[in-house]
Design a protein around this ligand. Structure first.
Ligand code: TXA
Ligand code: MG
Length: 320
């Protein structure tokens, strides 16, 4: 069973910082729910989150940090974003903001998107942890995929077991419900997920209605699948490839590494390494001045391979 230590014990906090900085996983309490944390600047550490949760998909994760100053280092604070930060941070509100070009955030944590979801939790011990780590911490709710969000350390232990290196116990979460998520990266502020801070409170501060994904409020962008925003390269993709066709950027995996391959997701066939490098390699190869298509070697449909294949299939699907 994973170790559970009280978050108020300075020694436990120091251990958590060491584990996180070394690329490990630490579950920690926030005022909403327990998060499964990993260094948000480390693709391999973030890959472990998806592995531990058994998530069949790479959806973007929330990066947790102490406050506005740390947020400014990784994302652009839009005027609406600034208003909401002043009103609700630290607290149960996550903001989707444009990622800075020089952002240190892992591309896997942002699922390859040009935006980043940021939250400054109010929980005092979570604040201490984040300040001590000194880097953003990616943290989805600390439960196995498809299970209830954990609001006690015991829930985390029962759901994730050995997959987590350390659980910091801060008692029961006060709110017990995930943070609200508002996208303030564009013209129209949009509620992506209702949560700890209410839509009415947010609208009051913004002085205008929020667009919502589920109903026409204001000029709601009705793009389907917006909540599940996806990054896809501009070039077409060929899957299950074993050889390089003319003009193709070939992405190798393990032993499927034909001559002329442009790059490898993992030479040793390690799925964690492949997950960690997936978005950065797709971004690098998505260059129409050099290639006409990206070809990808077969990836086994096990463990993290399921999420890798899910993303590749979406990227390869015909576009409307
Ligand atoms: O209360 C909470 O928010 C908890 C605690 C641990 O902080 N965290 C949490 O994280 O619920 P998670 O990963 O389960 O939820 C993240 C949500 C996902 O639904 C994801 O699609 C959305 O945030 N999201 C993240 N980045 C996004 C982005 N760039 N654009 C749109 N949606 C994004
Ligand atoms: Mg969740």
């Amino acid at each position: 069973m994973p170790r559970i230590r009280p978050i108020d014990d300075p020694d436990a906090l120091a251990e958590a910082v060491r584990i996180l900085r070394a690329g490990g996983l630490v579950a920690f309490p926030t005022e909403t729910v327990y998060g499964l944390g990993a260094l948000a600047t480390d693709d391999r550490a973030v890959a472990r989150i998806f592995e531990a949760k058994g998530r069949p998909r790479f959806n973007p994760l929330i990066a947790h940090l102490p406050g506005r100053e740390e947020a400014e280092a990784v994302a652009e604070i839009t005027p609406d974003g600034a208003r909401l930060i002043d009103a609700f941070w630290p607290g149960a509100l996550t903001l989707v903001l444009p990622r800075r070009a020089d952002s240190a955030l892992s591309l896997l944590a942002c699922a390859g998107l040009p935006t980043a979801a940021l939250r400054a939790p109010a929980h005092p011990a979570a604040q201490r942890l984040l300040r001590a780590v000194g880097a953003p911490v990616a943290a989805p709710s600390a439960n196995a995929s498809g299970k209830l969000s954990p609001v006690t350390a015991a829930h985390v232990r029962d759901s994730l077991g050995e997959a987590v290196d350390l659980i910091l116990d801060g008692g029961a979460c006060q709110i017990g419900l995930e943070s609200a998520i508002v996208d303030v990266s564009g013209e129209t502020p949009t509620l992506l997920r209702p949560g700890g801070v209410t839509a009415e409170e947010i609208e009051e501060v913004l002085g205008r209605p929020l667009a919502r994904l589920d109903g026409p409020v204001g000029d709601a962008p009705s793009a389907p699948g917006m909540l599940e925003s996806h990054y896809a390269p501009g070039l077409p993709i060929r899957l299950e490839a074993r050889d390089v066709a003319p003009g193709e950027a070939f992405l190798a995996f393990g032993a499927v590494h034909p001559e002329g391959a442009a790059a490898s997701l993992s030479q040793t066939g390690d799925l964690r390494e492949a997950a960690a490098s997936l978005f950065s390699l797709l971004h690098a190869l998505d260059d129409p001045s050099r290639f006409r298509r990206i070809a990808v070697a077969p990836i086994p449909e096990t463990g993290l391979g399921r999420a890798i294949n899910d993303r590749l299939r979406r990227a390869a699907a015909p576009r409307g």
